[in-house]
Every structure is written in C-alpha cells, then in structure tokens.
Design a protein around this ligand. Structure first.
Ligand code: RFL
Ligand code: PHB
Length: 397
C-alpha cells in the first residue's frame, strides 16, 4: 500500500487534516484505533472560535454547523455572587459558536466517506516502522487479524494525548513541559433547556468553579470543579444539581432546569507541551502534541488551528515539487505552530488559575483572585485582552 500522507487518529485533528489535504488534491489514509461509534460516543468540547468555524467552512463541512450552531456574542463571569457580561462582539468584533465536537466529528466522517479517501477503523497495534529515512512506513493489525503496512511521504500524528506517535519519539529528541492541576471537572449532559442559552457562564465561587454551557436549545452541558479523588458514583444527580446552583449567581441558578443526566464523567486538568512538533517525516498535531485545561475552551480550537497550518505547509511542500520529506514549508511547521500553542497555553493556564479554588490557597490567594476579577471588570483594556484570547488570537502566517 502507498499514499502521500498517513494520518494516525480520526479525532477532529485527523479528520480535518484529511479533509483539507483531500481538497488540496493530496491523497491520505486515516488509521483509527476505535470504531466510528466509539469515536462519536466521546463527549468533549463545545465552543468554536470564529477561525475554527472559518476552517471548517473552507474544508466543506460548514453547512450543518452554520445552520444548527448557536452563535454567542458574549460570555459571562460570576464572582462574588454577581454575573458580569463580557461582550465579545462589542469588544473585539468577533463571536464564538456553540456546536459540539461530536457533531463536528459526525460531519467530518460523512464528508470523508463522500470523498472516497480511505479510513481504517479498529486498527490495532499501530506502529511507526520508519519516519526518519527515505520513506515513512506505518503498520497495524486489521480486524481480519492480518498485519498491514503502508508506505508514505509523511506521517501526521493526530492520535491524541495517549497515542502512539509522540510515544515513538526517543526522549532525547523531545522536550516536554507539564503542569497538573490539583482538581478535575465533573461534566454532566442533560436534555433540558440551558440556563444561559446565549452566553457560556464561568463561575468563581467559594465552593469551587462551575460552568454552564450547551449543545443545543434543548441540551445543556454543565461542569463543577471536584477533587481528583472523586468518582462519578460520588455524584448522583441529587447531589449535582444543588451543588451547581450553589456556585452560581441567583439569576442563573433560578434558570437552571434540572433533569436526568444522560452522561456524566470526570476529567483531570492538565497543561502539557511537547517540543518540537516535527521529527523527520512525522508531524504532531492537536492533543498528540499539547493539552490545555478546558477553562479557556481551547483544546479543540488548537487542534483545528494546528492542522489548518499543517495542511498549508504540506500543500506548499508538494507545490514546490517535493515528494520526500524535506522542504522549507515543512521545516517551518513546528516553530509556527508552537507560537500559537504557547499563547493558548498561557491563556488557558491563566483562566484556570483565576477561576478555580486551589486546595492550598490561603486568604491572600483568594483576595488576589478577587482583585484580578475586579480589575478585569473595571478595565475595558483588560476585558478586550480577554475577549481577544477567547475568540482566538490572530496570527500572521
Ligand atoms: P482526540 O480527539 O483525542 O483524537 C485522537 C484520536 O486518535 C485515536 N488514537 C489512535 N488511533 C490509532 N492508533 C493509536 N495508537 C491511537 N491512539 C489514539 C483516538 O481513538 C482518537 O480518535 O485528539 P485531537 O483530534 O487532537 O482533538 C483534540 C480534542 O479532542 C481535545 O483537545 C478536546 O476535546 C479537549 N477537551 C475539551 N476541550 C475543550 O475545549 N472543552 C472541553 O470541554 C473539553 N472536554 C476534552 C474534554 C478532552 C477530554 N479527554 C479525555 C482528552 C473532555 C475530555 C474527557
Ligand atoms: C463545553 O461546552 O463543553 C465547554 C464550554 C466552555 C469551556 C469548556 C467546555 O470553557
């Protein structure tokens, strides 16, 4: 078997990359460890930056997103029991869009099937056999039990934080940077109208952080900060709803419609970056290269901006007549991607530090958070900087 680019992972990074390459006339094969149903069953992010919307539209998968996505012109931050709006459109002339990662993935899977580009689901034991020398070679066990292999010009490692691509790199060739946070997020999905249908609500409270988001006019997504030692069984619905409301301002709390949860999970929070993002013929993108805590709603957006850049570099590489692994365009990918990655890491770390209750926090730490929140709402400049980061920083490419 032979193709131009092998993409490992059919999450948002892998599928958007496959679609962008296909539209640029570049053949690609996607290898995914799980079945399509399993990939679609993972409930994750829900807020898209305008640049991500633009990328998806340009990739030809924007129709349902534009019809069903819910634009948010503002967000809100609760502190000291009061809700303060932050008007994104007025501050920076940009907005964000509520549209679930599951729906994006579904749209991308359909587009891929229509494109005729091949996808191997349930590919077990994916191994990078070569990515340094004259060709890239990747092998896997198919559902037929047979070991298959493909030769390609390039490999895109889009296989998430626990994937095989980053793990294949010798430790000496890579530097990693990490911060683990001493709490997690308990997420609940429920088929009830959202408490705040036009703005995500981020709540700072003595009881810990809480977040009100949505997937549609009839589907709500809520989160509360919880200790890392907690299990989902510790949080029956009867405990979750009063705790959520106790962390919100009275108006938002009164608007919460309770209902049976259809999904409940606990995710740890982490910041992580691997440098560089290129090793010979292997290019990392999305969670395979970096993780942000979800407070800034950035993980999915960063995965999309990585692969938009990678697709551009690969297209430039082939346009320059290169079929092998060397060109100026490919050499530039890692540095260009990392500039944006670190800017987003900073915002996500800062927003997490500002809004959560840390176990070791003393009175001084709490006062610093309060003072910072006061300064955010006392200054148009500070709110503008927040809005710029939240809606997506523009980078010249
Ligand atoms: P993904 O979505 O993890 O996709 C990687 C794909 O690679 C496959 N894979 C392999 N395939 C073949 N061989 C192997 N050895 C493989 N190993 C893995 C996996 O099965 C999977 O299909 O990474 P990608 O595409 O980079 O996309 C990144 C986003 O998914 C991620 O940044 C966000 O969802 C992060 N995230 C959230 N971000 C937000 O902005 N808001 C959220 O509320 C939010 N919630 C979350 C999240 C991430 C989570 N986890 C577990 C990582 C909640 C969770 C639980
Ligand atoms: C979500 O809708 O799941 C969501 C929204 C905003 C965040 C994180 C997650 O910051």
């Amino acid at each position: 078997m032979r193709t131009q680019v092998v993409i490992v992972g059919a999450g948002p990074a892998g599928l958007v990359l496959g679609q962008l390459l296909h539209r640029a006339g570049i053949a690609n094969l996607v290898l995914e460890r799980h079945t399509p149903d399993h990939v679609l069953s993972r409930i994750r992010a829900g807020i898209l930056e305008q640049t991500s919307v633009d990328t998806l539209v340009a990739a030809g998968v924007g129709a349902r997103l534009l019809a069903e996505g819910i634009p948010h012109d503002e967000l809100a931050i609760v502190h000291a029991g009061r809700k303060q709006p932050l008007d994104l459109t007025r501050l920076v002339g940009a907005r964000v869009m509520a549209y679930g990662q599951t729906e994006i993935t579904r749209d991308l899977m359909q587009a891929r099937e229509a494109s005729g580009q091949e996808t191997v689901y349930a590919a077990q034991g994916v191994r990078l056999d070569d990515w340094q020398d004259t060709a890239a070679v990747v092998s896997w066990h198919g559902s037929d039990g047979v070991r298959h292999s493909v030769e390609a010009d390039l490999i895109a490692g889009c296989d998430g934080f626990h994937g095989v691509c980053r793990a294949s790199i010798p430790a000496a060739a890579m530097r990693t940077f990490e911060r683990a946070y001493p709490f997690g997020w308990l997420g609940v999905m429920a088929d009830v109208p959202p408490a705040s249908p036009h703005a995500v609500v981020y709540a700072h409270s003595d009881r810990g952080f809480a977040l009100c988001s949505m997937r549609s006019r009839l589907r709500s997504r809520y989160y509360v900060q919880c200790p890392l030692s907690d299990r989902v069984e510790d949080w029956p619905d009867a405990r979750f709803w009063p705790e959520l409301k106790a962390r919100l301002d009275p108006e938002t709390a009164a608007a919460v419609v309770e209902g049976p949860s259809i999904e409940k999970s606990i995710a740890p929070l982490r910041s992580f970056v691997a440098e560089p993002m290129r090793f010979g013929r292997l290019f990392l993108a999305g969670d395979a290269a970096h993780i942000v805590p979800p407070t800034g709603a950035k993980g999915l957006n960063l995965a999309i901006s990585d692969v938009a850049l990678l697709a551009e570099c690969i297209a430039e590489h082939y346009a320059g007549g290169h079929s092998k692994g060397n060109s100026v365009a490919l050499a530039a990918y890692s540095d260009r991607a990392l500039r944006r990655v670190w800017a987003v890491e900073r915002f996500s770390w800062w927003a997490t530090s500002l809004l959560h209750r840390f176990p070791e926090m003393d009175g001084f730490g709490v006062r610093m958070q309060q003072a910072e929140l006061e300064s955010l709402f006392g200054s148009v400049a500070a709110r503008t900087a927040f809005a710029e980061n939240y809606t997506g920083i523009a980078f010249e490419s």
